[in-house]
Ligand binder design. Sequence first.
Ligand SMILES: [Zn+2]
Length: 300
Amino acid sequence: MPLQIVHHPDYDAGFAVNHRFPMSKYPLLMAALRMRGLAKPDALWMPEPAPTARLKLAHAADYVDQVIACQVPEKIEREIGFPVGPRVSLRAQLATAGTVLAARLALKHGIACNAAGGSHHARRAHGAGFCTFNDVAVASLALLAEGAVENVLVVDLDVHQGDGTADILKDKPRAFTFSMHGERNYPVRKIASDLDVALPDGTGDDAYLERLAAILPELSGKRRWDLVFYNAGVDVHAEDRLGRLALSDDGLTAREDMVIGHFRKQGVPLCGVIGGGYSTDVPALAARHAILFEVASRYA
Ligand SMILES: [Zn+2]
């Protein structure tokens, strides 16, 4: 079976090429997936913007309304890291809906990936750290509310701590949040996940994979998970501009194989989202994000 992939051309909000947020990684990732033969037309899905009511499951109603109306207060826009104009607003609605759709596809097919998502710094009250809406939190709460799942696990391996997801899901006993991240990285004030592992600067493949291998069985021992959201941020890579860790391409491949293989062997559906990755060499960055899809395809 081909891997089910969710994508939308408007995931790219068209920022200037020198913007701190490498927006062009989204179309370049799709180009990389097509080149590798991973994006099959009959397994490609396009989301519609997420309904407002669904976004409000995870976010304060006034903040959601501000984003939809493109009237986010400047102070919050500064925390997000860019102004929320029409394209950013649409992009946030689409990327969030994309993760909801990918989660549904994962429940049906066992595995699916959104070619965006992982906006894990957006908390209940407002967005932050390049994140407008928290797609994984919205998708978790939507599927729990519908009764499509009973227990959801978030495995967040982006190099930054998943503070927004922890904030939104902290009082939801049916959603368990796990974050493994760089200790000295953003956010300065972390919001505790259900389980956090903080890694020192410069952590490389072996130490990283060893920690992860020890934790995955622990996570599986907690409950019978109906769905795993996997934030496969590639900002753990040695060449990432913000990451401070030192994984190689092979290390990333081994990580994706370890996580996906672990849950798929147990029959737990997995929804992958791409998370963070920062580089001025955007084609190289897109190739790093493509690793998730390459490995996921082997389990599709
Ligand atoms: Zn990150």
